[in-house]
Design a protein around this ligand. Structure first.
Ligand code: SF4
Length: 445
């Protein structure tokens, strides 16, 4: 597959807008054309297509130009290529009269799937990051094989007295090297009980922060400092303070997917597994629930409390549609549907099970059901498949992939252990207040 200038220029222009507008300031197309040495007229034509597809939006006026219409983590390479290329299929078997007899058909079909999976897992944010980290990756490990690199990581881990905690959504090779694999809370709780003085958290920032809050005396490392959670970033402590002013009698429940600052402003923290219990544990009838609107909606349906929600959401789970689940159900009629409560209400409604990631892991292990449609981030399916070899797990056709969860590579883990980076530091007062909210949640039976 050779990409046309349409897609190459589109990606360059979008990256230019991200780099120069920071995702918030409109960037004039004339400037993009100048920097990227492309004709402005040509870019105008491409931006008509990108605007129609809600990838960019135009801002009029003196400071006019274009701005990204979504977060860079929500703009997939696959979507751009499908808009700007006529076809991304490497070989079109349907156009060949040997289709039924061709000995290569399986190969071309698989190649097509690999290409689709790849382009649907790369976001504009990843492309941006690739250029930034390209130089960092060069160095002593450049010539190592994956096996040697894994050995080096294990050696460094022993030398440093470190333990590697890995979230269920991480890349398979990171899951394989984990000392412990699990969801964010189970891992943070575990971290405080482990004897090692250094915790390397392969996940996203709020998870490493929770580990630090629960074990402030330990060194907590996050191999990729840019691995954030867009949903956690959707609310700040200041915004929560404003909400509290508006509803002074309400108590605050925050999802574990929040920054330490937001946790510090909350009465109790919760996970997707104990959100209902956390809400019920409070006496107040009115509850502020942040930041996930879908989880808030799920909780509101399970309790008699008045839930005041925030407008946050996880873009990975939000993209799982009802039609996609129905289509999987049509393809696999014997499969049961298990979805994460971060999915949309209409998806939750048709699910047989609504569970957090560890709930899914336990159900798959204990149940006699042999086939599941899994409505959560694709990384979990690697674990489910490995732990349940006789069972089948199907994802929605448009794989739910969290680009932040996929940022950590073996090289990042190596550098993290070698250079002790990136250390999570949190203000002592925030630790004290956030710990109170986390401990209250841990105390829930
Ligand atoms: S899967 Fe969703 S909630 Fe989890 S880190 Fe990614 S964006 Fe955040």
């Amino acid at each position: 597959m050779r990409l046309s200038t349409r897609s190459r220029y589109s990606i360059r222009a979008l990256l230019d807008i991200l780099m120069n507008g920071g995702g918030v300031r409109p960037v004039p197309l004339s400037k993009v054309a100048e920097r990227q040495e492309v004709s402005e007229k040509y870019l105008e034509q491409l931006f008509i297509i990108l605007k129609k597809a809600h990838i960019v939006k135009a801002a009029r006026g003196v400071k006019g130009g274009y701005i990204l219409a979504k977060r860079p983590e929500e703009i997939y390479l696959g979507d751009i290529l499908r808009l700007t290329e006529l076809d991304v299929t490497p070989v079109k078997c349907t156009e060949c009269d040997r289709m039924d007899r061709c000995i290569c058909k399986v190969c071309w079909d698989n190649l097509g799937k690999i290409i689709t999976n790849f382009i649907d897992s790369i976001t504009l944010s990843d492309i941006n990051q690739m250029s930034i980290t390209m130089d960092e990756r060069k160095g002593p490990i450049e010539d190592l094989t994956t096996i040697e690199l894994k050995e080096e990581i294990k050696r460094l881990k022993r030398e440093r007295d470190a333990v590697i905690l890995v979230h269920n959504y991480q890349r398979p090779e990171i899951q394989e090297i984990a000392d412990y694999l699990g969801d964010s809370l189970a891992l943070s709780r575990l971290a405080s009980k482990l004897p090692q003085s250094i915790i390397v958290f392969c996940g996203v920032k709020f998870m490493a922060e929770s580990a630090k809050v629960l074990s402030p005396e330990k060194t907590v490392l996050l191999p990729r400092l840019d691995a954030g959670c867009p949903m956690a970033d959707m609310i700040t402590a200041e915004e929560l303070k404003e909400m509290k002013k508006e509803y002074p009698k309400a108590k605050v429940v925050c999802y574990v997917n929040t920054s330490a600052d937001v946790k510090a402003e909350s009465d109790i923290c919760c996970t997707s597994a104990n959100a209902v219990k956390a809400v019920k544990s409070l006496k107040s009838k009115r509850i502020i629930f942040v930041p996930d609107k879908n989880l808030a909606n799920y909780v509101a349906e399970q309790t008699k409390k008045e839930i005041i929600s925030w407008h946050g959401y996880c873009y990975v789970h939000e993209f799982i549609t009802l039609s996609d689940i129905k289509e999987q159900k049509r393809l696999h009629p014997d499969a049961r549907v298990m979805v994460h409560p971060e999915t949309r209400p209409e998806v939750v409604k048709v699910a047989d099970y609504v569970l957090g990631t560890m709930g899914m892991v336990n159900l798959a292990k204990k149940s006699i059901i042999k086939e599941f449609i899994v409505g959560t981030e694709e990384g979990l399916v690697h674990r489910l498949g490995k732990e349940n070899p006789g069972k089948k797990f199907y994802l929605p056709s448009r794989k739910p992939i969290c680009s932040n969860m996929k940022k950590t590579h073996l090289e990042d883990l190596y550098y993290s252990l070698r250079d002790l980076k990136f250390k999570i530091e949190i203000d002592k007062t925030i630790i004290k207040k956030a710990k109170r909210a986390l401990k209250k949640m841990i105390a829930i039976k």
